[in-house]
Write a protein that binds this ligand. Structure first.
Ligand SMILES: [Ca+2]
Ligand SMILES: [Ca+2]
Length: 443
């Protein structure tokens, strides 16, 4: 795995081509027959093709990846802009050998982070129909790539997916099984995921641990005047969040964990932090709350019914010792909480919203809840949490978000924030990396 980025860059040179659609299975077969001797056809990209041995880069690639072909049926478009800095991509992959469906092939998606760290963000084995479906989520980037890897009978196939303008990944992959002898990869728990790729090699109910985000944490900041317009300082209640999802071998979610740390309270109001996971999600949870020194001061366990919620942190005037919004302060983090939810049945990733799910604050003074955009509608269909100026009350930023100081606002501290939202997210997708520190809480 040491040179996967290099390998994927090499392969991406092979994948230059026109991505187009095949609309029926018959078309696929006709197409496939026509390109078996001509791997880079108009409707396809071919990977690791041994027939293209004149190019040294391709020779390198062919040492790593078996030959295969792909029909790209990705859905192209622009998602609705709702002030999100992460994007969830539905995924559907079908694998054939090249005519019959291949069951038991393992597919995983790796995030290619700019710093070179790679993390598995989805993994599943194909069913009887050769299909895999699920979703994966990555932070918005101008250059968004993931790596798709397939393991089958001891062979590895992989290629890079450029997510530019893609809103759903949908690909048919044709592999060629002649000359492959079956290799027995150890699989102690018999879940179909070989030990060396199984995050839980002795637990047949779990195969993969997905950390969201794959690096650091999300910072979630709330404005608490709802339904009155906020002052855009996004420091009234600030919490750092990490989620983990355990997937079974089919890629369905079986456990969810969350880790939350209160980091700022630039408000006179008090708040409590809550979690709801929309959909048919139920199970047993355990929750602990900790002081900043790590000592546990609260724990509980119970049943979460579908539609129910968990209070993660109590009144915000008890969970942090200072506001962390004054320029004279040194960051002093507040309490944290952690939960694990063991689902009563596995849930398809496609039937769950992306992490951190419906994470919201309840404002004790106004008795109002404050949620992300995209979750709650007014009777007329408009978003309940979009203010008259088209602005949200909750914002999620990947990594270290330096929230504005008291009496400053996000425009002062983040000069590209306006470009980002006024272009509906088309420009300045990394707006939060350009700061004006004089207006922001430093730590
Ligand atoms: Ca296993
Ligand atoms: Ca396992």
């Amino acid at each position: 795995m040491k040179s996967l980025i290099a390998k994927s860059l090499i392969l991406s040179t092979i994948f230059i081509g026109t991505f187009a659609c095949s609309n029926s299975e018959d078309d696929d077969l006709v197409w496939l027959l026509s390109v078996l001797n001509q791997p880079e056809g108009e409707n396809t990209v071919a990977g690791g093709s041994e027939s293209n041995s004149s190019n040294s880069a391709e020779n390198d690639a062919s040492e790593e990846s078996r030959p295969f072909s792909i029909v790209v049926n990705d859905v192209i478009g622009t998602p609705d802009f709702i002030f999100e800095n992460t994007t969830e991509y539905p995924l559907r992959i079908q694998i054939r050998d090249p005519f019959d469906p291949v069951s038991g092939a393992m597919v995983q998606i790796r995030e290619l982070n700019p710093n070179g760290v790679q993390s598995v963000i989805f993994r599943a084995i194909s069913g009887e129909d050769g299909n895999i479906s699920g979703t994966f989520t990555i932070p918005n980037r101008e250059e968004a790539f993931v790596l798709l890897e397939i393991y089958y009978l001891g062979e590895e196939y992989f290629f890079e997916i450029n997510l530019r303008d893609v809103i759903a990944v949908n690909r048919d992959i044709f592999i060629f099984l002649e000359n492959i002898t079956q290799v027995d990869n150890p699989d102690r728990d018999g879940d179909g995921i070989p030990d060396h790729l199984d995050d839980y090699p002795d637990d047949p109910t779990r195969a993969t641990k997905v950390r969201i985000p794959s690096e650091m944490y999300y910072t979630v900041a709330y404005e608490d005047l709802y339904p009155q317009q906020g002052d855009a300082d996004f420091n009234d209640y600030v919490v750092r969040v990490v989620n983990e999802e355990d997937l079974d071998a089919k890629g369905e979610v079986v456990r969810i964990r969350g880790f939350y740390t209160h980091v700022a309270k630039g408000a006179g109001y008090n708040h409590t932090l809550h979690l709801r996971i929309p959909g048919e999600v139920s199970g047993e949870y355990s929750l602990v709350r900790k002081r900043p020194d790590g000592s546990v001061y609260f724990n509980e366990s119970g049943n979460l019914n579908s539609g129910g919620s968990i209070m993660l942190l109590p009144e915000s005037n008890t969970t942090i010792s200072q506001s962390n919004t004054d320029p004279g302060q040194v960051l002093s983090i507040g309490d944290s909480s952690e939960y694990e939810l063991i689902l009563s049945g596995s849930v398809s990733r496609n039937n769950l919203i992306k992490a951190p799910y419906d994470l919201y604050v309840h404002v004790s003074n106004t008795k109002k809840d404050i949620h992300f955009l995209g979750l709650y509608k007014n009777p007329d269909g408009s978003d309940k949490y979009l203010d008259p100026n088209g602005f949200p009350w909750a914002l999620l930023v990947p990594g270290d978000f330096h929230w504005p100081l008291e009496k400053k606002n996000i425009h002062d501290g983040y000069p590209k924030f306006f470009n980002w939202y006024s272009s509906n997210g088309v420009e300045a997708s990394n707006w939060y990396e350009t700061t004006n520190p004089a207006f922001l809480f430093s730590y």
